[in-house]
Ligand binder design. Structure first.
Ligand code: ADP
Ligand code: MG
Ligand code: ZN
Length: 486
């Protein structure tokens, strides 16, 4: 499962992400938009497509679509709803109301933690379909004994976000989905739950010889319901296409279905069999023209988005915005603590390291942690001032995360206190005097022996010495004594 793809080939990916909007009601009727209710309880003549019923556009859904558009730096424009006609049992009207040639949001971009900007071609509004469950025969339609249809999802508002073919390989596709999910959750547009189908990813994959610029023929893969399946499907599909091309055949543009169980993609329908959707403007809805005031208000109310948060943390801590530590603390919502350290004048770089390592680790173990910003900043200061050694600070932090309290009290209770610099100097003098032959070798230039002396200091102080400070003292003493004297 490599992120770079097959040797000598470049993997090109464009993603279509369907995002269910977190509205109270559906897109064109007042039925509740809730996941997991008893089937067919949240339905009415509009979302069941009964004759004579008329759609009324949900203002809250438009508001969320606008948030998505502005968060993705899209141009928001007057847009038109179309009917996309096809027959399927989960779609009671036999058409889906969607946006076709004039989407509400167009031409934006999403910035990945790596700093790369991925083009967003469009982010348009449409309604969701119902949900079909095939019963018997392992859930596959052609082996099922019967099928059940739940129309609770029919008419739930969606925004479909279509990326440019800017992604290269499975890892970058995954990075994109994670970043997009973070943005959608931050704007309040989505709950981001892939496992509940709130975010559904279709993936267009093609390959081309490395160094060439023309796009290869793509296949669209459907039915991946986790980031892991996305990575696996891309890896499988890219390898399959390379094999087709190297055997001298051509890739056929088609829609393929990812089978989680056998780890392969299977052909569903080719371009020739593709539906003709007979799009035409929805006659029961007018053009959607959000006012400039509305768009500005939406924009002003947007929260600080992950890319900007990474930039702030990077600036405060002196780390690169694309670094693992920076993206980790933002992803885990710990970046406020870095900023708290920074604005209190404490060492924000040290705060970042403790958060990205120890606190992130505790979070992974416990699922959630609460950390009082003032207490955390206090601890960073204690370590920074040498009051606690790094090892001691980690120990106190563990306690702080697990039970809370004041770092100085915790350190006192655990008997943790770094030696003062006078005490440390005298310990260093003592170990040097006790080991004259080793000192001679160290002073003569054998730098490996620094580890020997640091080990002695550690043993002599029961771990309460700042070993980095001890190392500096040893080196300082050597340069003062000069290489030839003992
Ligand atoms: P359609 O109308 O068939 O859905 P689009 O041109 O709108 O096709 O593209 C859909 C998605 O496919 C977009 O995300 C786009 O980036 C991606 N895409 C287009 N061409 C390629 C290609 N050659 N390789 C990979 N992805 C592609
Ligand atoms: Mg498409
Ligand atoms: Zn309804």
């Amino acid at each position: 499962m490599s992120g770079t793809g097959p040797e000598g080939w470049e993997v090109v990916i464009g993603l279509e992400v369907h995002c269910e909007l977190r509205t109270r009601t559906k897109l064109f009727c007042g039925c509740p938009n809730v996941f997991g209710d008893e089937p067919n309880t949240n339905v009415c003549p509009v979302c069941l497509g009964l004759p004579g019923s008329l759609p009324v556009l949900n203002r809250e859904a438009v508001e969320l679509a606008l948030r998505i558009g502005r968060a993705l730096h899209c141009r928001v424009q007057s847009s038109v709803f179309h009917r996309k006609n096809y027959f399927y049992p989960d779609m009671p009207k036999d058409f889906q109301i969607s946006q076709y040639d004039v989407p509400v949001n167009a031409d934006g971009w999403l910035e990945l933690p790596s700093g790369k900007r991925v083009g967003i071609e469009r982010a348009h509004m449409e309604e969701d379909t119902g949900k079909t469950t095939h019963v018997g025969g392992g859930g596959r339609i052609h082996e099922a004994t019967f099928s059940l249809v739940d129309y609770n999802r029919a008419g739930v508002p969606l925004v479909e976000i279509v990326s440019a073919p800017d992604l290269r390989g499975a890892d970058e596709a995954r990075e994109y989905v994670e970043e997009l999910r973070a943005v959608l959750v931050a704007t309040g547009a989505s709950d981001g739950k892939m496992e509940e189908g709130s975010l559904r990813v279709d993936c267009n994959v093609s390959v081309r010889p490395e160094g060439t610029t023309e796009l290869g023929t793509r296949c669209e893969i459907k039915n991946m319901n986790s980031l892991r399946s996305l990575s696996r499907a891309v890896a499988y599909e890219a390898a399959r296409q390379v094999e087709v091309l190297t055997s001298g055949a051509r890739v056929v543009q088609e829609t393929r279905h990812w089978d989680e169980a056998d780890g392969r993609t299977h052909a569903m329908r080719s371009k020739e069999e593709a539906f003709d959707y007979r799009y035409f403007p929805e006659p029961d809805l007018v053009t959607l023209s959000p006012s400039d005031e509305w768009i500005s208000a939406v924009e002003a109310a947007l929260p600080v988005l992950p890319a900007e948060r990474r930039r702030r943390v990077a600036e405060a801590s002196g780390e690169a915005p694309g670094s693992e530590a920076v993206s980790t603390v933002v992803r885990l919502d710990l970046d406020d603590l870095v900023m708290a350290a920074s604005s209190a004048g404490a060492d924000a770089g040290l705060a970042l390291r403790r958060l990205a390592n120890e606190v992130a680790g505790a979070l992974a173990d416990a699922g959630r942690v609460s950390l009082d910003p003032a207490a955390f900043v206090e601890l960073v200061r204690m370590e920074q001032d040498g009051e606690l050694t790094p090892a001691q600070a980690r120990r106190v932090l563990k306690e702080l995360v697990a039970v809370g309290g004041a770092p100085r009290d915790i350190a006192g209770r655990l008997g943790l206190r770094s030696l003062g610099s006078d005490q440390l100097s005298s310990v260093v003098e003592q170990v040097v005097t006790d080991n004259p032959r080793e000192w001679e070798r160290f002073a003569g230039g054998d730098d490996k022996l620094v580890g020997f002396f640091v080990g002695k200091v550690k043993a002599a102080t029961g771990g309460n010495a700042d070993l980095r400070a001890a190392t500096e003292l040893l080196r300082g003493r050597r340069s003062q004594s000069g290489p030839s004297t003992t």
